[in-house]
Design a protein. Structure first.
Length: 421
């Protein structure tokens, strides 16, 4: 079901459930806010919250049976369409809760997979999401049977979820095998494309950050000012708006170009089944020359999100330097982000800030401009053309052995291969 169609459907009324143990009050608020945002990104609306503090989680029902009865009554009384547990549910818990509660019962992982199913646009992304959904649901078929067969479809039924998964385990396993084979074929093609890009010699700048930090909005701002304005990427104020790598060439007159890559946003407690979809979008991070870590300055507890991104991206960074950029600085709640002395504060909607970021990226990639001079052979004037496009030519004159040129350029530009121009 497409996102445009989804917008016109009646939002599902959702009750979210938390089983807390030893969390601080700040951590509880953060988790409640994030699950509410996940529900919103699925197209639902949170109409109630149930929280229980426990010494241990119940093997059969996760929460106490009294709380389950309370939820069941609320579902009937408040016309609830969906109950979402933040904790990952086991197969036994799904079965028990689905029997006790007369609406769909899903968990946080189901909803994140549902968002991925909505956002997937490329063949590879769609296969990754289908595989993750099938592998997550396969051990829990009884619990999903009722949830996915109830009338109405909606949240949790996108992707392969519309099938009655409990009817044919062998068919599901065969489908998983088929998807894996197709993924391997597409992954080989993508590796070849990525290899060709790297051979093209242009440096790659990858945007990373917590989901919904404003990476795609920032990318569109840079593309609008210094790229092809008609090549904007999809951006939305929802989680995981970007699920596939988006690459754009940034090329300002009298400056060297670079490739800008937008990648999937990170999230705390990343479900294990989502590792493959994440990894497939992080290839450009692995080969990046510079990482721009976009931080949402309007979100409380931003320091924890910075740590999450840095920890989860660590296997892919390969020593690339990191430029910290606090986006939404005009509405920032916290004065600094870590490390404060290296953090550039901007708003993606402020033209001067976008230009300032672009200049900083160029400084990081190529170094500050300096005056140089050289003599070019008369039979090799392609370099002169490149200088006129990507540097500031101050003087040129014919001399005995060629063409003398004096110019201002960034040092790193002179080491680029000619294919880059």
């Amino acid at each position: 079901m497409g996102e445009e169609t989804q917008k016109h459907l009646k939002a599902e009324r959702c009750l979210i459930v938390f089983a807390f143990q030893r969390e601080t009050e700040d951590e509880r608020r953060r988790r409640m806010a994030e699950l509410s945002e996940i529900v919103h990104s699925c197209g639902g609306v949170v109409v109630g919250v149930v929280a229980q503090s426990l010494d241990r989680l119940h093997a059969k029902s996760l929460i106490g049976t009294g709380k389950v009865e309370e939820i069941a009554a609320a579902v009937e009384q408040d016309d609830i369409d969906l109950v979402v547990f933040e904790e990952e549910l086991t197969g036994a818990q799904r079965g028990y809760l689905s029997d006790a509660i007369s609406c769909k019962v899903l968990d946080r992982v189901d909803l994140i997979l549902d968002i991925f199913a909505q956002r997937a646009r490329t063949p590879k992304a769609k296969l990754d999401v289908a595989l993750a959904q099938l592998e997550y649901r396969l051990p829990h078929l009884r619990g999903y049977g009722k949830a996915l067969s109830r009338e109405g479809g909606g949240i949790g039924t996108r992707g392969p979820g519309e099938q009655k998964l409990e009817t044919d385990r062998r068919a599901i396993e065969a489908r998983i095998k088929s998807i894996k084979n197709e993924r391997e074929r597409i992954a080989t093609q993508e590796q070849e494309s990525s290899k060709k890009r790297r051979q093209g010699a242009l440096p790659i700048v990858s945007l990373i950050g917590y989901t919904n930090a404003g990476k795609s909005t920032l990318m569109n701002a840079l593309v609008s000012h210094f790229g092809e304005a008609d090549k904007a990427v999809y951006a939305d104020d929802r989680l995981f708006a970007t699920l596939s790598v988006q690459l754009r060439r940034i090329d300002e007159a009298h400056e060297p170009p670079y490739l800008l890559a937008d990648t999937v946003g990170f999230i705390e407690d990343l479900p294990e089944k989502l590792i493959n979809p994440f990894e497939s979008t992080l290839s450009e991070v692995e080969h990046a020359d510079l990482l721009v870590h976009v931080i949402d300055g309007s979100t409380p507890g931003v320091g924890a999100r910075v740590e999450t991104v840095m920890a989860q991206s660590a296997p892919y960074r390969k020593g690339a330097s990191v430029l910290y950029v606090m986006n939404k600085a005009d509405v920032a709640r916290e004065p600094l982000a870590s490390p404060p002395e290296e953090t550039l504060r901007i708003s993606a909607h402020d033209e001067e800030d976008v230009v300032r970021l672009h200049r900083r990226i160029l400084d990081e990639l190529y170094g500050p401009k300096e005056e140089r001079e050289m003599t070019l052979p008369f039979d090799d004037l392609d370099v002169l053309s490149a200088l006129h496009r990507h540097a500031e030519v101050l003087d040129e004159a014919a001399v005995d052995d060629g063409l003398f040129v004096r110019f201002r350029a960034r040092p790193g530009f002179l080491s680029l291969k000619r294919e880059a121009f």
